[in-house]
Ligand binder design. Sequence first.
Ligand SMILES: [Zn+2]
Length: 254
Amino acid sequence: MSLPTDPIPPAWGALISRQLPLVARLSTQDQDRLYHRMQLFFREVPIEGCGGLRLTEEIRLTIGAQACLLLLRMPYPRYTRVRRVLVYPSSFVPKPQALPASGEIVSPDEPLEGQAWQSGTVILGWDAVKRATRVATDGENVVLHEFAHMLDVEDGSLDGIPVLDSGSAYRAWAALLSLKFAEHTARVAKGEATILDPYGAEDRAEFFAVATEAYFETPVALRKDQPDLYALLLDFYKIDPATLVQPTRGHGAV
Ligand SMILES: [Zn+2]
């Protein structure tokens, strides 16, 4: 299996770079690779507008680019369990029969910004996607979060342990994940400020998802605060976002 070699639509580069500053700072080679992975993604995964949302090229590209950023340097195929993406205009209320398998324990009537099902459906609220895209440095990004769950669940279990490169990597991953999760849970319980979203204290799957958000959105801060976790994620994603962020101007690298 190989990546598509179709010509990249000329409008993609400017549109995606305007939406996603991190993509704008990738090398030309990586950008091309990202676009070809997006072509493959769009070919395999239908994206549907729901609740009256009319799907536009901006919506497709914003979601597709961030979903594919996660696996830019990974061997493919990935996202083997993703079957479809449903996009609502804003927060949505999951149907009672739609059992979330992503660790999100929610009452049926609580509106959500995103949800990932083990059966392969990713649901996103476009408002939340736009907000996350506009503010790319607050450590919160619903697209990265839900697609991190889909990487996690590729091996059949949503446990914070995705498919890794080698058998020997699993023991190290599980050990560090447990340690970092325990530290995070303890800090959240004490009410301490944390680099990672406190929601990561829910379980190991949520911890991996919020760690992924921080890795791409606040990489310098994460690397400084938790270099071991940063190194683990670098080994997995093989992109080093801390080297791609713009130099801070007087704000300090926090
Ligand atoms: Zn989650």
